[in-house]
Design a protein around this ligand. Sequence first.
Ligand SMILES: [Zn+2]
Length: 340
Amino acid sequence: MSGRHSRSVLFPGIGSAGQERIGRLRVAFVGVGAVGAAAAELAVRAGVMKATLIDRDVVEPSNLSRQLLFDASDAAEVRPKATAAAVRLAAIDPSVQLVPVVADLEPGNVRAILAGHDLVFDGSDNFETRLLVSDASRSLGTPSLYAACVGDEGRVALSVPGRTPCLRCWVEASPPAGEGPTCDTAGVVPTLPALVAAAGLTEALRFAVGMEPAPGLLVLTLWENGLRTRRLLGGAGINPACPACAGRSYPALEAGAAAETVKLCGRQSVQIARAGRPRPDFDGLERRLAPLGRVRRSAELLNADLADVSLTIFSDGRCVVRGTDDPVRARGYYDRYVGG
Ligand SMILES: [Zn+2]
């Protein structure tokens, strides 16, 4: 038997009917970092119909130790992760629909970006985004897959509306990985993200072929004593007090649209986004910043390495300030170099 998906078809759990179902699956990947990039590659190779790749950030040299899909030239050219991933995945299978989205998910855009998918694979790196994705998926009635890791521990859970708990339910039962430490503060076993991605994407494929979701929250640890797994069952499942599962309200979607949001996004890195931000004038910025340092530009962003700080300004108006983890100093750099 030949053909791209012949080995999956031969596997009795998938078969030709299962492979056809996988071939109709439209998946949104939130975060194309270590977990998301590995999962997106596995999904494209497994034969999904469509992969939407959502990431707000650019490829950096420190990503290359564990983030599949990216290489040294992506880091050197400061390419957005979403577009770099789409280029690589198109080379792997040109028949898959690939939609890169360079954006920060927020209450005002998350539903529009996630709508029209059969599954949301959440490989994001911060708890605020995870709850936003969970609430938005519940409000759309779309299953979501939570896949996270930090240090030597990874967690995976498939959330299907009406059938299994959402992330908000789990928060009550067990603090999620990544709530406290992050990979930027605690590091990560370099092979763990691919393991978590494979476990998560397997859940997605099982769902696609019509199997019952595996119970509870899968916890993988990988270092001491090698690989160990366990499942947290978290009581009886859907938390009766969860407003999102009851369809009463979606707290993360209702967070007020702040005039300005400043958030830490990794070590020595602060993101600044202002409400109602216009599309930045890249020509004007390049003229102003080129005498002060090295400026690189693409359709999606302008990057300026200046004497004291590095700025990345995205076409949606966000600015990531690298070189400080102090929000006040970051806002100072933003005001000085980009302007209000
Ligand atoms: Zn819930």
